[in-house]
Design a binder for this molecule. Structure first.
Ligand code: SAH
Length: 229
């Protein structure tokens, strides 16, 4: 059987796909990308938007990964079955996702299943969103002996405040921040400097460190916030 390669595509800018990733994408027989299907049947995929900007001719197929909390195990099991069938057909299979491929990623779940099945796997890391976002700020992400914390899908603003207070010398990154509503009010009373970044590495990206810019702004899924020390 051929191998399964997980490939991180970086934050969105096609020039931030590594040379190693590009080479592996060209060499694969099929590339699977995570996608969500709307009720009308149209496919939405951030990864596909990146793939379409690359000079590759490899066949690309969607993996249906709905954005829901329900039946996650079942969703990943079905996705894994599809990949496994391609491997059993003797295909060299690549699975991509945005950012890094083992960092809050779809591939992470498939990787565990493939490992449990003793499949040959290879991982090609990508530039994670928080690194790309950090490059849009005016100060270093972390320095000296400061720490660095990342959370995804915060449970509440109280959880974020508690983390900031408990770790005053650490940078904190919050991913999947869209799960909370009321960011403007939270940031208004927060004393830590921050950088808010939407769709880092795309032409419709947005960056601010001013709370007033977020007053009436709808927070999209592809957004991240960095709290500096
Ligand atoms: N594997 C990805 C993370 C996937 S989880 C990585 O390594 O970065 C999805 C979350 O990542 C989003 O909710 C958002 O918080 C963040 N994210 C991914 N791409 C982003 C981008 N281009 N700009 C801002 N945030 C992004």
């Amino acid at each position: 059987m051929k191998k399964l390669t997980g490939i991180g595509l970086g934050p969105g800018d096609p020039e931030m796909v590594t040379l190693k990733a590009l080479k592996a994408l060209r060499q694969a027989d099929v590339i699977y990308y995570p996608a969500t299907y709307s009720k009308s049947g149209s496919v939405k995929s951030y990864s596909l938007e990146i793939l379409q900007q690359l000079d590759i001719t490899t066949e690309c197929r969607p993996l249906n990964i709905p954005m829901t909390d329900k039946n996650r195990d079942e969703i990943y099991r079905k996705a894994y079955q599809i990949i496994k069938e391609s491997l059993e057909e003797g295909k060299e299979v690549a699975v991509v996702n945005e950012g890094d491929v083992l960092f809050y990623s779809t591939f992470g779940y498939l990787f565990k299943m493939a490992k449990a099945d003793n499949m040959e796997c290879c991982v090609i890391s990508g530039i994670p969103a928080f690194i790309a976002a950090g490059s849009l700020g005016d100060i270093p992400l972390v320095e000296g002996n400061s720490g660095f914390n990342v959370i995804a899908r915060p449970k509440s603003f109280a959880q974020i405040s508690q983390m900031l207070q408990a770790n005053p010398d650490d940078t904190l990154v919050v991913m999947k921040m869209k799960v909370l509503t009321g960011w403007y009010h939270h940031l208004k009373q927060c004393s830590r400097p921050f950088l808010y970044v939407e769709k880092a590495g795309t032409t419709d990206g947005f960056v601010t460190s001013k709370v007033e810019d977020l007053k009436d702004r709808e927070i999209p899924y592809f957004s991240v916030i960095i709290f500096y020390t």
